[in-house]
Design a protein around this ligand. Structure first.
Ligand code: ADP
Length: 239
């Protein structure tokens, strides 16, 4: 198994007036290719900050972060933008779909910046939307879809550029339990096809059942690491 994400003694401080908040406080961690890692912990413990650092959406105050062999905290803003387009996918709690675009256009959008022809972009986006069960909703705008359907679109979008890692921040936070299981089945099955890695911030106990490892965070530190019931993309049957 090869390591896909490496954090070496990573810190992230925020300044709030005279106060200094250490949101991430000396975290070292290795995540292997094909893992499904959950970041768990109380609100304010630093999970989102940690996820954003790993995904190259934020930079550490101290320490180094690698995705594969690339040290991402040393990349320029432009290099980082290109790196994210090629290697990383995102799923957010509130979907962040573009309201004026159809499901198909939303999913095809990340490919616009990758030098892929329009026909190929549409083909790939259709393929992904089919695999998340939205063949009949491709022409719908986000406002014409349910929360679960919108999250399916955002899952399709996050996988469309065949990323190495998909990062998800509370992806099921706005969804009921049945839909949560559906979303997790979709994400883990898609990731399994190409041995992609999932890193998921969550409060949901249902989601932990899908994890290969659960990283418990408290006060910006790793409190403990539990092995989940699943090993890397073992046949998923979490319920
Ligand atoms: P979690 O995702 O576990 O709820 P966060 O990573 O969002 O935690 O936040 C960790 C800590 O950092 C909290 O104390 C939070 O208030 C603080 N924090 C997060 N973002 C900022 C910011 N942009 N400016 C100042 N403080 C922040």
């Amino acid at each position: 198994m090869s390591v896909i994400i490496t954090l070496n003694d990573v810190y992230r401080a925020y300044r709030m007036g005279p106060e200094r908040i250490m949101a991430v406080d000396g975290v070292s961690l290795e995540i292997e290719e094909g893992e499904i890692c959950c970041l768990k912990g109380p609100s304010g413990s630093g999970k989102s900050t940690l996820l954003h650092l790993m995904a190259g959406l934020d930079r550490p105050s101290k320490g180094s972060i690698y995705i594969g062999k690339t040290r991402i905290d040393k990349l320029s803003e432009n290099q980082l933008a290109v790196f994210r387009q090629r290697y990383v996918g995102f799923i957010f709690q509130s979907y962040y779909l573009i309201p004026t675009l159809t499901a198909l256009e939303n999913v095809a959008l990340p490919l616009t910046f990758c030098g892929i022809s329009k026909n190929k972009r549409i083909m790939k986006a259709k393929e992904l939307l089919e695999s998340v069960g939205l063949k009949d909703r491709m022409g719908h705008k986000p406002s014409q879809m349910s929360g679960g359907q919108q999250q399916r679109v955002s899952i399709a979008r996050s996988f469309v550029n065949s990323p190495k890692v998909v990062f998800a921040d509370e992806p099921t936070g706005n969804l009921d339990t049945a839909t949560t299981y559906e979303m997790m089945d979709l994400m883990t099955n898609l990731a399994k096809e190409s041995n992609q890695t999932l890193v998921i911030v969550t409060h949901d106990n249902e989601i932990s059942g899908y994890a290969s490892r659960i990283i418990n965070i408290r006060d910006g530190k790793i409190e403990k690491i539990q092995n989940g019931r699943k090993m890397h993309h073992e046949k998923i049957n979490a319920r």
